[in-house]
Design a protein around this ligand. Structure first.
Ligand SMILES: N[C@@H](CCC(=O)N[C@@H](CS)C(=O)NCC(=O)O)C(=O)O
Length: 220
């Protein structure tokens, strides 16, 4: 049995839960972080000295933190086939798109765009900063757009861990109130993701509790 610490509105928790859902693994999840608190305790410090979510514990093994590392652990231990290929070159292809998605997509979206749009009162929106961040983010999306013109998923013709790290950002990108560029291949890809039950269960969910009137304190 897997134990997860982390509120379901955290984007990193969403990537992890989506992966757990795809692999159909049994789990128990504790709401920790943001309005739920719980990261300031000594007990949580022993789980993760960074005091961030998610944290995962698999049975009696030591707790794991850093979402990318946790995802790779789950894939190596529980996945089969193209999701995290055995072949080193094929796996590295998945891994590089995974790493790229974390650094160039998720990090370029969450604080620079999502926080500024959905987690900041409208009268305080920094329109210029949002526009600059969006341009940079969409330059990166154009790289994925060109790849997705030639195959159904980010790293190959098959769904993989790279899609989890990339695709979990798309729900909020398409949901927040911004003017977006048109990316026909990413839009078609996003529709494919919306057909995945685990994506809908763990990613396509309300983030209202993060909005400024509902937020208790600043956190990711
Ligand atoms: N590099 C870490 C970042 C973890 C992180 O910043 N998590 C955020 C949620 S997405 C967090 O714990 N925020 C504080 C909170 O929710 O209280 C990872 O990838 O797991």
């Amino acid at each position: 049995m897997l134990t997860v610490w982390g509120r379901k509105t955290s984007s990193n928790v969403q990537a992890l839960m989506w992966c757990i859902g795809e692999l159909e693994l049994p789990y128990k999840r504790h709401d920790i972080g943001h309005r739920y608190g719980g990261t300031n305790t000594d007990e949580f410090y022993r789980l993760n000295p960074n005091r961030t979510v998610p944290v995962l514990q698999d049975g009696c093994n030591p707790p794991l933190w850093e979402t990318g590392a946790i995802l790779r652990y789950l894939a190596k231990r529980y996945a089969k086939g193209d999701f995290w290929p055995d072949n080193l070159l094929a796996r590295t292809e998945v891994d590089r798109w995974m790493e790229w998605s974390k650094l160039n997509v998720a990090l370029a979206f969450t604080a620079p765009i999502f926080w500024r749009v959905a987690r900041t009162p409208e009268e305080l929106h920094d329109v210029g900063a949002i526009r600059v961040a969006l341009e940079k983010f969409e330059d990166n999306l154009m790289i994925a757009e060109k790849i997705l013109a030639s195959r159904d998923y980010l790293a190959s013709e098959y769904f993989s861990l790279a899609d989890i790290q990339f695709g979990h950002v798309l729900y909020r990108y398409y949901d927040i109130d911004i003017k977006r560029k048109s990316f026909p291949y990413i839009e078609a890809y996003y529709k494919r993701l919306l057909n995945r039950p685990a994506y809908c269960e763990h990613v396509v969910i309300s983030y209202d509790e993060l909005r400024p009137n509902n937020a208790h304190r600043d956190s990711i």
